[in-house]
Design a protein around this ligand. Structure first.
Ligand code: SF4
Length: 477
């Protein structure tokens, strides 16, 4: 119950943030435009690519156990040390052990959602280790003591004015608002963080089993710095990221920036085959990869839910989600926001604990249309809702009362709505239309109030299409 309350409060708080709406509106508007242009110009076979990507990820997940073994054997041959982590605590403990054994003092992290999922920064902080972040978006949210609002653009909810304030308050620089000046400030700060580095932590986009290679795509070059400048590189890799070979990875790698950002190619592709070899001038002396399960193997074992593990973390589904656009990523109270978060988080964590977030879907189905690997997100969300309700077989008294009232409200509404004559007569009277708006918006019925929270209902018109059509001489059935 307490999770439900804090979730509701988080949603309400986000709905009140006018600046958040404006920033998200602008950001997703630009992404939509860029994506449409990019797909039209460079991906004439986009639908065929989606089918291919869906099939190859499905096949990889069906043979996940064998691929994990193949990857481990080949990566080990390449000189990469492979670790297994059953859960978040295991993964954090492995990194902490590497840090203490090697007396590491300077650690930097590239943007990785898996590190958010396992709570790495908080864990290391609690154990006396500070981690610098290397991505500009990550830096903004880190300085502002927040979590990422979006999986590719962690600071999407901040405009240049609020970023200027955050930099001025935390980096002791003059408050700037011009993007070029803000980037200069971030670059200066991050460059100093890269000096004398000892350990770099990154995520992984794909792990190729045949070659034992790690593939990391990024746009700022910070991932390359994290994986090549320090003596030790630690890569965090969810087991579902393993694909048969670099060939499959190359198909998927070109889809991620196009689907998520409307970008033709990623600016940096880092393919890591192991530590620095003899005669090489740079690169880490040790490469470790942590293969993280954290609930993934259990999902892979359920055919009805397995498709969620096809996810490439491209972010397209949240960019097109009307709910995400209203509330942003923080309202989900879990690492992964948007439709993929709804389909994944209750499975990674606990359906009873985060099942209430499943209400944050209007079933508009846009996410399924834009997903590059064709994950049936709306169906998965519906299925999870069903399981959540079944699990709560003994709801508390308050929930029972609320559900009864909700059913009564919708039954009354249905009576009104299906009787065309009654509906028209009621709505023709402006007082009735106003009453309807009051009814839904102002708490005359509590369930309706909950439904209407955050919506601005327009004044209803008392002229109907039917009346206009009659004046125009159009016959309406
Ligand atoms: S579910 Fe699909 S659209 Fe959403 S992040 Fe994953 S791959 Fe991208």
């Amino acid at each position: 119950m307490s999770q439900i309350v804090s979730h509701k409060n988080a949603v309400r708080a986000q709905l009140k943030e006018q600046d958040l709406h404006q920033a998200l509106d602008n950001a997703v508007h630009n992404i939509h435009r860029n994506r449409a242009q990019c797909l039209a110009e460079h991906f004439s076979q986009w639908e065929e690519m989606r089918t291919e990507a869906q099939e190859l990820k499905t096949a990889a997940l069906e043979h996940l156990g064998a691929l994990v073994e193949q990857f481990e054997a080949q990566a080990t041959k390449n000189g990469i040390k492979v670790h297994y982590a059953q859960n978040a605590a295991d993964a954090c403990a492995i990194i902490e052990q590497l840090i203490t054994e090697r007396h590491i003092a300077r650690i930097i992290k590239a943007k990785t959602m898996v590190s958010e999922e396992i709570g790495l920064q908080d864990y290391l902080h609690a154990h006396g280790h500070e981690v610098e972040v290397s991505d500009v978006g990550d830096l903004i949210v880190h300085l502002n003591h927040e979590h990422p609002v979006h999986i590719l653009a962690p600071a999407m909810h901040h405009d240049r004015y609020s970023i200027g304030k955050i930099f001025a308050q935390n980096l002791h620089v003059a408050e700037e608002h011009e993007p070029e000046r803000l980037m200069q400030i971030a670059r200066r700060h991050l460059r100093s963080a890269f000096e004398h580095l000892q350990m770099g932590i990154s995520g992984v986009n794909f792990a190729a089993a045949q070659e034992g290679a790690l593939w990391l795509i990024e746009n700022e070059g910070n991932g390359r710095m994290c994986t090549t400048a320090p003596d030790i590189h630690v890569a965090l890799c969810g087991i579902e990221k393993i694909v048969p070979s670099l060939h499959e990875a190359s198909t998927l790698a070109q889809m991620v920036p196009a689907a998520g950002l409307g970008q033709f190619v990623p600016t940096f592709n880092n393919i890591i085959l192991g530590p620095r070899r003899e005669g090489e001038l740079d690169g880490p002396k040790e490469v470790h990869v942590i293969l993280l399960d954290n609930g993934r193997a259990a999902i892979a074992a359920k055919p009805e839910y397995r498709s969620v593990l096809r996810c490439l973390r491209c972010s397209a589904c949240m960019n097109f989600c009307p709910v995400f656009k209203q509330v942003g990523g923080h309202a989900y109270l879990t690492t992964y926001p948007g439709p993929i978060g709804l389909a994944l988080s209750p499975q990674l964590h606990n359906l009873a604990q985060c099942g209430h977030m499943l209400t944050m879907c209007s079933q508009c189905k846009r996410c399924a249309e834009v997903c590059p690997v064709k994950i049936p997100l709306p169906d998965l969300i519906l299925q999870l809702r069903r399981h959540y309700v079944e699990q709560a077989a003994h709801p508390d008294q308050e929930t029972v009362k609320r559900m009864r009232l909700l059913r009564l409200t919708f039954a009354l509404f249905a009576q009104m709505a299906v009787s065309g004559k009654l509906w028209r007569n009621l709505m023709k009277k402006s007082y009735a239309a106003d009453f309807f708006v009051q009814l839904t918006g102002k708490a005359l019925l509590p369930p309706a109030k909950r439904w209407a929270y955050g919506h601005t209902l327009p004044r209803l018109k008392s002229t109907f299409y039917r009346d206009i059509a009659q004046i125009e001489g159009v016959e309406v059935q």
